[in-house]
Design a protein around this ligand. Structure first.
Ligand SMILES: O=C(O)CCC(=O)C(=O)O
Length: 301
């Protein structure tokens, strides 16, 4: 049974649609750090309490790249994690910049190697404003698709799928986690919503085939069917890279309205999360209390 969720309070969210993700990991990390500092020091509006990076921000995106870029993190849920002893340069950078800015940081995803098995995962990590690593989520549904003449992608060539849904609690919300292709599996969001998540954030890197058709549709669907805030943070599009990301980082409210959407270049989007919209959606259209688990108990996990 999940502990009770914090009450949803107003907060400000920043999505960093990172560009310039190339083959040099040190440069990727330095650029990500610079953009996090830029998001945190916003001057034309309220500063964010939570900053989010995209999927696969320290490595080029592609099954063949994951083994070369994978880092060992060694996080065990529920056990204290000593950042100073971490083998992951990315974790160290993210922790230090979260602490320096005093914000929650959802550090996008990176390829992770599990030391005991050698398995590779597409892994998201989250840091508190004190720089503690508070959550680690491994992409559950691997991106394996084949649309002839358009796109073939097979994360499972090198990655293993995770097996634990996750969320993290802040002082302003319970935030559900997922990564890109996970958005196509409504069960994952539904389970998180029933555990009290009011906000879902998925780093993602959609593409030029499915992005235009499905990116916004899937996020608005997950937002409306669970009456939650839902957002996905993408890298910027780089036509010089092997994988052309769709971009268009997006945040949707519980009624399905788009609160902010980026273009396809490097950009930071800032969004104010207003709990009144969440409360009004649930009061006006009370689907959260109208579910008929007596009729479909098999989906009520
Ligand atoms: O679901 C899609 O169409 C795109 C998924 C994706 O790009 C990913 O999982 O990284």
């Amino acid at each position: 049974m999940a502990s009770s969720a914090p009450t949803l309070r107003a907060f400000n969210l920043a999505f960093v649609q990172l560009g310039h993700v190339g083959s040099d990991k040190t440069k990727n990390l330095a650029h990500a750090r610079e953009q996090i500092l830029k998001a945190a020091s916003r001057e034309d509006g309220p500063k964010p309490q939570l900053i989010v990076l995209p999927e696969c921000f320290n490595s080029p995106y592609g099954a063949t790249h994951f083994p070369a870029y994978a880092e060992t993190i060694g996080y065990i849920p529920g056990e204290p994690y000593d950042i100073a002893k971490s083998e992951s340069d990315t974790v160290k950078m993210l922790s230090s910049v979260a602490k320096e800015t005093g914000t929650w940081l959802f550090g996008g995803t990176i390829p992770e190697r599990e030391a005991s098995t050698g398995n590779l995962y597409n892994t998201a990590t989250v840091y508190s404003p004190q720089g503690e690593l508070v959550a680690l989520y491994r992409k559950i549904h691997l991106f394996d698709i084949d649309i002839p003449g358009k796109i073939t992608f097979k994360e499972s060539e090198t990655l293993t799928g995770g097996s634990s849904p996750h969320y993290f609690d802040t002082e302003f919300a319970r935030v559900g986690l997922g990564i890109c292709y996970d958005v196509r599996f409504p069960e994952l969001t539904a389970i998180g919503a029933r555990k009290g998540c009011q906000v879902f954030i998925y780093p993602g890197a959609s593409n030029m085939t499915t992005g235009p058709l499905h990116w916004q549709l899937l996020q608005r669907a997950r937002a409306v069917d669970n009456q939650v805030f839902f957002g996905m943070c993408s890298p910027a599009r780089d036509l010089g890279a092997g994988y052309h990301a769709w971009g268009h980082s997006l945040v949707v409210d519980p009624m399905g309205a788009v609160l902010a959407e980026a273009g396809h270049e490097e950009e930071i989007i800032h969004v104010h999360i207003d709990p009144q919209v969440f409360e009004d959606a649930r009061a006006g259209i009370p689907v959260t209390t109208q579910r008929r688990f007596d009729v479909y108990p098999d989906v009520s996990a």
